[in-house]
Design a protein around this ligand. Sequence first.
Ligand SMILES: [Zn+2]
Length: 47
Amino acid sequence: MNPLLWIFQFIFGCRHRHRSRVFTIKHRTYRVCFDCGREFDLRTGSR
Ligand SMILES: [Zn+2]
C-alpha cells in the first residue's frame, strides 16, 4: 500500500468497505475492518 495513503488512513480513519458485522463485547460495540484490522467504535446515535 502507498505509505502516504496509509498515513492518511491512520489519521482520518480507513475508507475500506470490507468491514465485519457489528460486535458487542463487554458492553463495547464495534466493527472491524478486514483490510487493515482497524476497530471502529459505534456510539449511540452514530448509525
Ligand atoms: Zn481499513
